[in-house]
Design a protein around this ligand. Structure first.
Ligand SMILES: CC(C)(COP(=O)(O)OP(=O)(O)OC[C@H]1O[C@@H](n2cnc3c(N)ncnc32)[C@H](O)[C@@H]1OP(=O)(O)O)[C@@H](O)C(=O)NCCC(=O)NCCS
Length: 187
């Protein structure tokens, strides 16, 4: 399957597997990142605003990795694992996923970082690069972020990534009422 996938990936999709920012390296996750997926998603602070995303065991983390990997195979993009250049330590994850919001096909912008990495601008730096990549390479789909109203840090990251409030799209989410931030909405 991997070989088939490699044969059918376009050069552009292969290029998408590794993005750079000034401080960060964003790479398509591998099975070696499953431990970090678990560590970050079982941290109560990292899932405080989105408890439905919390994981409790390695099986769940492996299952989540496989869903992420399936999306990479189908779309040629997905969630990236974020590290500092030259470091093996996973700081967090940031990426895009196709979904429907109120009957409209959109790309959802996701970011979740280890609390030890917060407050250094890493999420903003990664999300800005991912948002720019999405708007350039997947131009037909608006980019949205669904943010809980009391998640101020996430709102700031969405704005720094170039998204603006789209109150008309606000609505019920998995963990309560979500505020929607968006870029590239149809006029
Ligand atoms: C949201 C999250 C990714 C931000 O990560 P981060 O690396 O600390 O973000 P940055 O350092 O880039 O900071 C972004 C902004 O948020 C602000 N911020 C960070 N933590 C904050 C907090 N606890 N309260 C208020 N503002 C905060 C920063 O000052 C910065 O503001 P600025 O743009 O005005 O300078 C991180 O808090 C996280 O992983 N949270 C848990 C997962 C989550 O909620 N994901 C979003 C789901 S919608």
């Amino acid at each position: 399957m991997t070989q088939l996938y490699d044969l059918h990936m376009s050069d552009q999709s292969l290029a998408s597997e590794h993005l750079h920012t000034s401080r960060l390296s964003l790479q398509r996750p591998t099975e070696a990142d499953i431990d970090a997926i678990l560590a970050i998603h079982r941290d109560p602070e990292a899932c405080l605003h989105n408890p439905s995303d919390a994981l409790t065991g390695l099986d769940e983390a492996g299952e989540l990795y496989r869903r992420w990997n399936d999306q990479w195979q189908q779309c040629g993009y997905g969630y990236w694992v974020v590290r500092r250049h030259g470091s093996a330590l996973q700081l967090g994850f940031c990426g895009i996923k196709p979904m429907e919001l109120q009957g409209m096909k959109v790309l959802n912008l996701f970011y979740r970082f280890a609390p030890s990495a917060w407050g250094q601008g890493f999420a903003s730096e990664a999300a800005t690069t991912v948002a720019a990549w999405a708007l350039r390479h997947v131009p037909g789909l608006p980019l949205i972020a669904r943010v809980r109203p009391d998640n101020i840090a996430s709102q700031r990251v969405a704005v720094r990534a170039g998204l603006t409030r789209a109150e008309h799209l606000d609505g019920a989410g998995y963990d309560g009422f979500d505020w929607i931030y968006a870029a590239g909405l149809p006029r």
